[in-house]
Write a protein that binds this ligand. Sequence first.
Ligand code: HEM
Length: 512
Amino acid sequence: MELESSWLLHTLYAFCFILVFIIIVSPRFALFLYLLLLKLWCNCEICDAYLNLSWAKSFDNLCDWYAHLLKHSPTKTIPIHVLGNIITANPENIKHMLKTRFDNYPKGKPFSLILGDFLGRGIFNVDGDMWRFQKNMAGLELDRFSIRSNAFEIVRCEIEKRLLPLLVSFSGKEDGILDLQDVFRRFSFDSICQFSFGLDPKCLQLSLPMSEFAVAFDLASKFSAERAMAVSPLVWKIKRRLNIGSEKKMKEAIKIIDILAQEVMRQKRVKGFSTHKDLLSRFMRTVDDETYLRDIVISFLLAGRDTVASALTSFFWLLAKHPEIGSAIQVEADRVLGPNQEPKSFEEIQQLHYLQAAVHESMRLYPPIQFDSKFCQQDDVLPDGTFVKRGTRVTYHPYAMGRMEDIWGPDCLEFKPERWLRDGVFFSENPYKYPIFQGGFRVCLGKEMALMEIKSVCLSLLRRFHFKLVFPCHCTPRFSPGLTSTFRDGLLVLVREKLTQPSHRNYMVHVD
Ligand code: HEM
């Protein structure tokens, strides 16, 4: 018996050694072997197309292929066997996961492992008591009162002192091509840092390169998403253990992020946090653990930066393709706020129903978070009859849902804000039909803040500038892998100041 077990052990060691050797010497060959094994395991049409990448011949993005498959599935649910993933675009299933059987669909261990290095024990990556604690604390800071009094001012200031001067400086230059996606990322990063930490990274300052931290943040997000898309966790786990390839780069990126997070906390301590009302001060008064505080900081940055920037990017892309909708937004703003007036309060923005409809419509077609997964804890059956085995990953797919006739009617592919209005008044949709901010118990805490930010930027920019797309506007965007949706080539525009507007060059006098 002893002999047998030692033989087994040796065989296992030999196997691991060969595996590691192959991965180091030829990662491509290792991947080939691995794909071959998977193919032997499942050879159905979908898995085959996934493994061969043959879907890419007909679709620009993986999400477009999924949307196509889901649209043609009678239950609006598909399995990807080789990924151990069930993907659904069925609102009943989504309600089941997010509300009715919420306890059976946590984020789960596999995900906290995938995102653990980047997000640690931050709110996006935990379940149970730790999640409840962070949610309650953050909820106090993200309520309507706080947005009304604090966030609105931060956003207005960021727009007037930085965003407008930046655009004015580019306006009219023949070679003045600007990447609006990059601008929006800087803008939302400054805003969320000021709101969450009471500190200003000044990313949007004229002519500054994107901070090292922001670049590291993007890389960590990209590599985390790649882990989530991998056919098996084994590959990234071995690469991490050996500190090679993308895992090595990810480790370096996370090191930079950690340094910044520590710096944020150091500055906070110097400034004092006992009376400050920002989110971090609130947490620092209760939590002692530095690493836990770091995780909380990172999660809120991720929540507030990339999502808002993504929503703004696709909104401006759609507005450039549909100038009539931009005009309708301005007509409404002139009627409600007065000609050429800026909104003076959060409440005034709330009165702009057409704008609210346009923002929702834009995110219906281009959700900042295109899909979101949970892990099933106990065997279950979804409302559409799909059996879910314990441990299976279940993903709901807002991007595909926005393209489904069954949900939005035959004009589902059109950008039509009117679908959100009844007698000119905005009405919200069932969150399981429109899970852009998720729904149920883990609904987004920053929804009101995000909407206020997006609408404020839209009003200020549309009033003052024309944006011309540098690339033809008929092609669909290509997305980069990441936790939030990002245009792979950015959003390159030529900016022109509108002649009918008073000059805003005075904004350029001084920025910080
Ligand atoms: C357009 C912008 C936004 C969109 C589309 C969005 C969407 C979402 C989604 C889909 C989730 C669920 C994620 C998951 O559980 O895996 C979520 C959660 C969350 N969001 Fe947002 N978000 C946006 C902006 C913001 C902002 C600006 C903040 C904060 C300032 C924020 C704070 C949060 C927090 C704290 C959670 C975790 C809630 C929980 O787990 O209970 N979000 N958001």
